[in-house]
Ligand binder design. Structure first.
Ligand SMILES: *Cc1c(COP(=O)(O)O)cnc(C)c1O
Length: 355
């Protein structure tokens, strides 16, 4: 693909890596942008200085939410290479999301080439301290200036980059999670398995209420019976029960995480029995009472593995592993981040170098 590059004349001051770079607050000097229309398809791929957009107030994305996004990270290795982690999975998921949201698909190669080109441009923004990375945010918006309800005929695909600090500056810190049994995030047949901004707006109310109670994240139950566990905010969820690893099956309302898939692959390699199935919150509580709920952890690009120290379900408070990180959670974190940083053998060809 031909990507035209226009460099900035006003490079910004780079942040000091010793300040803890707060997630999603700092952006690099450049961005990627590409347009879509029905005659030309995706066209005019370019890297330009990071800048605001100018859009007509009638632009469709503002009114009906036809928008998708992705999230992945680039890591700097000790020997100075830049590695992406399984970007092909994000490309494939983009197209699944796009199909659901009536957004035109983007070829996998084009998607990855765009990411690599803009990262290459801002490579010296990638932080190098342990645990830091460059967060990559591809996203697409509907741009027809039109108030009728139908899929847009024009779109913009953009990629912005944000240096991020260590998710756990003081070591892996277990989080407290609120089990939501009133509001729902998604139902089968809806948008739950698409990476759409719309899923997040549906989640805000519950998140605000959980925060007030001192919980940092929400665990969602299925939208119909409010019995079966789905996922956490922006993470998939895993339980270790009596030596087995269990995670909800991808039933249509759950986002298929790249980290989730990586965890399943590693557990299978390590001969740990894994089950992808329906699992109810009641079953979890029963296992907790039995003393067989050994570990609970979330998985997602931002934190990689997020140990859960407490689950609150109505009046029941489940204190997991004494609020400490479990052995398996710890090992998964070490191995996945080790592969991401090129420090552990990459048997599955998960890393992809930006050259
Ligand atoms: C992005 C996301 C995840 C995690 O997916 P990864 O590919 O592992 O980062 C989980 N749940 C939701 C709702 C998400 O948007």
């Amino acid at each position: 693909m031909d990507i035209k590059i226009t460099q900035t004349n006003n490079p910004k001051a780079k942040p000091n890596e010793d300040d803890n770079l707060l997630f999603g607050t700092i952006f690099t000097d450049h961005m990627f942008i590409m347009d879509y229309d029905i005659d030309k398809g995706w066209h005019d791929a370019r890297v330009i200085p990071y800048q605001p957009l100018s859009l007509d107030p009638a632009t469709m994305v503002f009114h009906y939410g036809q928008e998708m996004f992705e999230g992945l990270k680039a890591y700097k290795t000790k020997d100075g290479r830049t590695l992406l982690f399984r970007p092909n999975k994000n490309a494939q998921r983009t197209n699944k999301t796009n199909k659901r949201l009536c957004i035109p698909e983007i070829e996998e190669e084009v998607f990855i080439d765009a990411i690599k080109t803009v990262i290459k441009q801002d490579e010296d923004w990638i932080p190098t301290k342990p645990g830091t990375s460059l967060y990559v945010r591809p996203f697409i918006i509907a741009t027809d200036p039109f108030l009728g309800v139908r899929p847009s005929r024009t779109y913009k695909f953009m990629i912005i980059l944000s240096p991020v600090g260590a998710y756990y500056p003081e070591g892996l810190n277990p989080v407290k999670i609120w089990v939501e049994d009133e509001y729902v995030r998604a139902v089968r047949g809806g948008l739950g398995e698409a990476k759409a901004g719309a899923n997040y707006v549906a989640s805000l109310k519950s998140q605000v209420e959980a925060k007030k109670e001192g919980y940092s994240q929400v665990l969602w139950l299925d939208g119909i019976e409010r019995k079966y566990i789905e996922e956490v905010g922006a993470m998939n969820i895993f339980f270790k029960i009596g030596g087995k690893v269990i995670t909800p099956a991808l039933v249509g309302s759950i986002l298929p995480g790249v980290t989730r898939d990586s965890v399943l692959t590693l557990c299978k390699e390590w001969n740990i029995p894994v089950e992808e199935r329906k699992i109810s919150i009641k079953e979890i509580y029963q296992e907790y009472l039995n003393g067989t709920l050994e570990e609970v952890f979330g998985t997602g690009t931002a934190a990689v593995i997020s140990p859960v120290g407490e689950l609150r379900w109505g009046d029941h408070i489940m204190n997991i592993n004494n609020g400490e990180i479990g052995q398996l959670s710890h090992k998964l974190y070490d191995v996945i981040t080790g592969i991401q940083l090129g420090e552990i053998e990459d048997k599955y060809n998960w890393t992809n170098e930006v050259k």
